[in-house]
Design a protein around this ligand. Structure first.
Ligand code: SF4
Length: 301
């Protein structure tokens, strides 16, 4: 296998033909491509899972204030708030996705899954899933392998980078990866997993990348939380066999087409959308002044 697969259909056909589960196919790809043993793959993912869980805890326990001031312990505020909108589980899900992403915005250690900008989604989703369903780490690792497979195909057929395909590519891909992992970990079929990916992406299509002051903070952090919610909603829909109607491969194609036609100002250039608002511009100026103020004096160079 030179690349995992060109399409979700190929992944499914290969898995049926070889009577391998979805995660085992990704393991096979990892073994062949990176010359790693199953144990090495497992241990690597276990380590990544540990970093994800640590990021959630760090974001909920430590001071998360970014240098720009735009990030100011939002995750903790949500986690501790006494007014619950739906359920404590939902509140925790949102707080955890925010927490891991805030760690990234405050320059802490995260797993780029698939990118740093979207690094709160999979940790928030899987941490909460594991807690609610008492899922073993082994199964979560299988879910991460399935996530990786989903991300690899999206990357090849569309993009996972905001600078290439807008935020749909970044937070959208992460949400699709998370949704597929939820369905897989809960015993869903291959069709249900891929349907979850299709539904998630349908909900994220067209989302532009417009970070204020060019910093991966606003709206990135809150988008991680909403993407985590969409991942769960899509998983719930897919598990009930409600069809996405448009097959997953066609949805990914649509995402690629939308990304390619998106204007440059919506691709991480901080020239459009929220970044171009009056407040966004004002913050960008303040951040620039702060940056200049901390530059070393020419004479000291
Ligand atoms: S807005 Fe841009 S930088 Fe922020 S998460 Fe989305 S893609 Fe990444």
């Amino acid at each position: 296998m030179a690349f995992l697969f060109e399409s979700f259909e190929e992944w499914k056909n290969y898995s049926v033909k070889k009577t391998l589960s979805l995660h085992a196919v990704v393991s096979e790809y990892e073994r062949e491509q990176k010359d790693r043993t199953d144990l090495e793959i497992y241990n690597g993912l276990l380590k990544a899972w540990g970093v994800m869980k640590d990021a959630v805890q760090t974001g909920l326990q430590e001071n998360m204030t970014s240098r720009s001031g735009m990030i100011n312990n939002g995750a903790k505020k949500v986690y501790q708030h006494n007014r619950t909108v739906l359920s404590k589980e939902f509140q925790n899900l949102i707080a955890r996705a925010l927490a891991a992403k805030e760690v990234n915005s405050c320059m802490g250690l995260v797993v780029a899954a698939p990118t740093a900008g979207a690094s709160g989604i999979i940790p928030g989703v899987l941490f909460t899933l594991q807690e609610i369903h008492g899922i073993e780490d082994e199964k979560i690792i299988e879910g991460l392998l399935v996530s990786a497979g989903i991300g690899l195909i999206i990357e090849q057929r569309a993009s996972v980078a905001g600078a290439v395909g807008g935020c749909q590519a970044e937070t959208g891909s992460a949400a699709a990866m998370a949704s597929g992992a939820i369905v897989y970990c809960l015993g869903g079929t291959t069709d249900q997993v891929f349907n979850a990916v299709a539904i998630t992406l349908q909900c994220m299509l067209g989302l532009v990348c417009d970070p204020v002051a060019g910093l991966v903070e606003v709206p990135c952090v809150v988008r991680n939380a909403s993407a985590a919610a969409i991942a769960n909603s899509a998983a719930q829909i897919a598990l009930a066999d409600v069809s996405a109607v448009i097959p997953v491969d066609e949805v990914v194609e649509a995402m690629g087409e939308i990304g390619a036609s998106m204007e440059t100002r919506y691709k991480e250039t901080a020239l459009g959308g929220l970044a171009a608002t009056r407040t966004g511009q004002m913050i960008a100026k303040k951040v620039l002044i702060k940056d200049i103020a901390i530059l070393p004096d020419e004479e000291t160079l």
